[in-house]
Ligand binder design. Sequence first.
Ligand SMILES: CCCCC/C=C\C/C=C\C/C=C\C/C=C\CCCC(=O)SCCNC(=O)CCNC(=O)[C@H](O)C(C)(C)COP(=O)(O)OP(=O)(O)OC[C@H]1O[C@@H](n2cnc3c(N)ncnc32)[C@H](O)[C@@H]1OP(=O)(O)O
Length: 257
Amino acid sequence: MIRSCFQAVRTFISHFPVTLCPDAVSHGALIKSTRLQCSGHRSARGLSMSLWPLSANPRDFSLPNASWSAEMQQVYDHYNALCEVKTKDSEEKGPWYKLPSYNRSLKHAAGGVYLSKIIQSKSRLFTRSNKEYGAAFEYVIFMNKQEKKCVCAFQSGHLLEGPPGHVHGGAIATMMDTVTGTLAGYLAGPVMTANLNINYRSPVPLGSVVLLHSALDRIEGKKIFVNGRVTSTDESKLHTEATALFISVNVGHVFGI
Ligand SMILES: CCCCC/C=C\C/C=C\C/C=C\C/C=C\CCCC(=O)SCCNC(=O)CCNC(=O)[C@H](O)C(C)(C)COP(=O)(O)OP(=O)(O)OC[C@H]1O[C@@H](n2cnc3c(N)ncnc32)[C@H](O)[C@@H]1OP(=O)(O)O
């Protein structure tokens, strides 16, 4: 059934000259599962093509918007400058890759028997479910596949308050799960979080910009061990430390079959 699901995706996609860019985790999953390639570079420059009839120009939530502070933009510019660059004559590959991020990755990814069910569904990726710019999770993830690590610039919005003036621990855990899970998924394909262990070292001021760093510790069979840290953008202050265990799953597991 899973094979026929992906067969349907392949068949469908072959009718459209597009490069699919699902969100961060399914990017890795899909490269493994359907051997599709995804270009954040193109998307970042607004050249991504319509996925009609699935979607008209899906919004890449990881691109700069008016709510971004100067500091957020600065971090984005820094890593974006280190990304893969295509020039007229050549293709220079930087070590970093900006992951695009959509609010309904599976709409673009699953296909086949699940497609209509997914399109009708109101479900949205949790961290991208608020469309108001700057209200909740503003973030962009840059992946360094060579070094098996990634960095996320995260600007917290006013809806994420926990202790007065500071970010809710659950929101930090959500971002930690997202970033470590994105790395695990990018490196190993479809995964689910089995364990997420967090130490909160110092509160994160609401509205501030912080970095989430994640790196692969090791892979043992189905088990992917990843670590994570939240720091200030100059990395002088440590806010949070985490370790996470992800388990490789087949796609059927995600759909409960
Ligand atoms: C087109 C498809 C795309 C698929 C994409 C997939 C997912 C994400 C998609 C989009 C999201 C996008 C962005 C967000 C980014 C990422 C973060 C979100 C991820 C999540 O938010 S996800 C939700 C929370 N998550 C769960 O809802 C999991 C519930 N759970 C289970 O579904 C099972 O529990 C599972 C699968 C985890 C394992 O089940 P299983 O049957 O495959 O494996 P099994 O139990 O045999 O364990 C194998 C070996 O792992 C060891 N092991 C297992 N669990 C352990 C633990 N907790 N601690 C220590 N060791 C553990 C065993 O001890 C054994 O070790 P050993 O082999 O050495 O004996």
